[in-house]
Ligand binder design. Structure first.
Ligand SMILES: [Ca+2]
Length: 481
C-alpha cells in the first residue's frame, strides 16, 4: 500500500494533477460488444472501413496490446468497473451478477466531483450503482425497438438500438449539469450475435466477397483437444437466426464454412457500420460544443472476437483475436495525434486510468495500474512484461470451451486447459483432459502450432510456468487442482 501511494505520488509529480486547463477532464467511454480490433480500419482491417472510429486513432493513440483478462461479456464489464479480476469480483461467468454494493470506478468519480451516466448494454444483472443517470438494456437487449430500464423505470423505445443508445447519450450530454465534468459510459449492444443490421445497411457489401482469413479452414491439428472440440465453427455451429437464410442441406465441411462466412461477416460488419456512424455523431457533438480539448474519448470493446480466424466465431479462448481489445483514445491536452503504443495493457487498468486523469486516488484493492504515462509516450521502466488470463465457463454447454488460464508475454503464450479438473458437471465435449499449449508468437503469430513439450522450448516453458504461478499469487487466484 505504501509503495502504491509512492507510485501514485510520483505519477502525480510527473504530470499535471488534472488537465492543463486545471480542471478534471470529461471522460466519454464508448464500448461496443464483441467488436474485434481487426474489424476497425485504424487497426488495418482487410474487411471493412470505420472512418469515424478512425478519427479517434488519428487524433490520439492506438493501443496494440490491450488485452482482456477473461474474454466474455459480463466478466469483462465487471473487471472494467472494479479494476479487479473475475475471481475477486465474483463475476466469473455470464450468469454472475456484479454486486451493486461493491466499490466501482463510477462511484469514485461520482464522489470525486463527476456527473456520471451509463447508457446502453450493461449485462451485469443487478442495477447499476454509481451513476446519476442510467438507461440500460435488460440482459443482452434487442437490436430493434428495445425495452430499456431508465433509472429503475421500464421503458420501450422505437427504432434501431445502436442509434437509440447514441440518441440517449447525446440527450444526456445536452442536459447534464454543466458545472461538473462528466463520465459517460456509452455501451453499444452491437455487433453482438445475432448481428441484425439497420435497414439502411441491409445491402451494404451486396455483390462483394469479404476476404477470408488465412486459417478459415483450420483443422485444429498440432493443438489442444480444447480447440478441436470447441463448438464455435462458422457454418456448422450456426443456426438460421445467425445466418437469416436456410443452410443448404448439401453444403458440408469447408464448403459450408466458406459459404456461411460471407453471411456471418456481412451482417457483423453492417452492424459495425451503424456503431461507426454513431461514434461520429458523438465526436461531432463534442466539437460543436467546444468540448474536444477537455474530453477524453475512448473507443473499445468488452473483448475481441474470431472473424473466421481458426474457422470460428465467438470469443472465450485466450487466443489473440479473442484476447485483444481495440482501444483508441483521444485527449488533445496530453496525447500526440496518430501515436501507437505496444505496451501490455489490460481492461483491469481502465478504472485506475480514469481515476488518474481525474486526480483521484485508486483504492489499494484495485489490481490494475494507470497507463496514463504510457499513452503520453513515457512508459514507466517497471511496466508489466506479462499478463494473466482466466476463462471460467467450463460448465457452459454453449460453445464447449473448457476452463483455462495462462500467461502472455510479448513473445510467448502458455495456456493450461484444466478441463473437467475444476468440477465441470456431466459429460460434455468440454470435458477434455488437462493439457497445455505453448505458442511462439514471433514465429507463429496465428497460433497454429503448439510447441509445448518440444525440447527447444523447455527453458521458456519453465520460465513461463514460474511467471504464471507468480501472477496467480500476485492477483490472489488459486491454481486448478
Ligand atoms: Ca461481448
Amino acid at each position: 500500500m505504501l509503495r502504491r501511494n509512492f507510485l501514485a505520488a510520483s505519477a502525480a509529480a510527473a504530470l499535471p494533477a488534472f488537465s492543463k486547463s486545471g480542471r478534471q477532464p470529461n471522460i466519454l467511454y464508448i464500448m461496443a460488444d464483441d467488436h474485434a480490433a481487426h474489424a476497425i480500419s485504424a487497426y488495418g482491417s482487410r474487411v471493412n472501413s470505420t472512418p469515424n472510429i478512425d478519427r479517434i486513432a488519428r487524433q490520439g493513440v492506438r493501443l496494440d496490446n490491450c488485452f482482456c483478462t477473461n474474454s466474455i461479456c459480463t466478466p469483462s464489464r465487471g473487471v472494467i468497473l472494479t479494476g479487479q479480476y473475475s475471481h475477486i469480483t465474483g463475476v466469473k461467468t455470464l450468469n454472475d451478477p456484479l454486486d451493486p454494493a461493491r466499490q466501482n470506478v463510477a462511484k469514485l468519480l461520482q464522489s470525486g466531483g463527476y456527473s456520471t451516466a451509463m447508457i446502453g448494454k450493461w449485462h451485469l444483472h443487478k442495477n447499476p450503482s454509481g451513476f446519476d443517470y442510467w438507461n440500460i438494456l435488460p440482459g443482452q437487449g434487442a437490436y430493434f425497438n428495445p425495452a430499456m430500464i431508465e433509472n429503475g423505470e421500464n421503458r420501450k423505445y422505437t427504432g434501431y438500438t445502436t442509434d437509440l443508445i447514441a440518441d440517449h447519450s447525446l440527450a444526456w450530454l445536452q442536459r447534464r449539469p454543466k458545472d461538473k465534468p462528466f463520465f459517460l459510459m456509452c455501451h453499444h449492444k452491437a455487433p453482438h450475435r445475432n448481428w441484425q443490421p439497420a435497414p439502411k445497411y441491409a445491402h451494404l457489401f451486396d455483390g462483394q466477397t469479404i476476404p477470408e482469413p488465412a486459417n478459415l479452414f483450420d483443422d485444429y491439428s498440432h493443438r489442444s483437444q480444447a480447440a478441436l472440440k470447441a463448438r464455435m465453427r462458422v457454418g456448422e455451429d450456426m443456426n438460421k437466426s445467425d445466418l437469416k437464410v436456410d443452410i443448404p442441406k448439401d453444403l458440408k465441411g469447408n464448403d459450408l464454412r466458406r459459404w456461411a462466412y460471407q453471411y456471418y461477416m456481412k451482417d457483423y460488419l453492417r452492424c459495425i457500420q451503424s456503431v461507426d456512424d454513431n461514434v461520429g455523431r458523438m465526436l461531432d457533438y463534442l466539437k460543436a460544443e467546444d468540448l474536444e480539448k477537455d474530453t477524453i474519448v475512448i473507443y473499445t470493446s468488452d473483448q475481441g472476437f474470431f472473424l473466421g480466424d481458426h474457422g470460428w466465431f465467438d470469443k472465450r479462448f485466450m487466443l489473440e483475436e479473442s484476447l485483444r481489445m481495440p482501444f483508441l483514445m483521444q485527449y488533445p491536452r496530453e496525447l500526440k495525434p496518430g501515436s501507437i503504443n505496444k505496451d501490455i495493457t489490460l481492461n483491469l487498468d481502465f478504472a485506475e486510468l480514469f481515476l488518474d486523469y481525474a486526480g483521484l486516488p485508486a483504492p489499494a484493492d484495485m489490481q490494475g495500474r494507470s497507463f496514463r504515462r504510457n499513452l503520453a509516450g513515457r512508459t514507466p521502466k517497471d511496466w508489466r512484461q506479462s499478463m494473466y488470463y482466466r476463462y471460467w465457463m467450463h460448465m457452459s454447454t454453449d460453445h464447449y470451451v473448457p476452463g483455462h488460464y495462462g500467461v502472455r508475454t510479448k513473445t510467448h503464450k502458455l495456456i493450461y486447459y484444466y478441463g473437467k479438473a475444476l468440477g465441470s458437471t456431466g459429460t460434455t465435449p468440454a470435458d477434455t483432459p488437462p493439457e497445455w499449449e505453448l505458442f511462439d508468437l514471433v514465429k507463429d503469430p496465428h497460433e497454429m502450432n503448439s510447441v509445448y513439450g518440444e525440447p527447444a522450448y523447455a527453458k521458456v516453458t519453465a520460465t513461463l510456468k514460474q511467471e504464471l504461478a507468480r501472477l496467480q499469487q500476485q492477483y490472489k487466484d488459486q491454481p486448478s487442482e
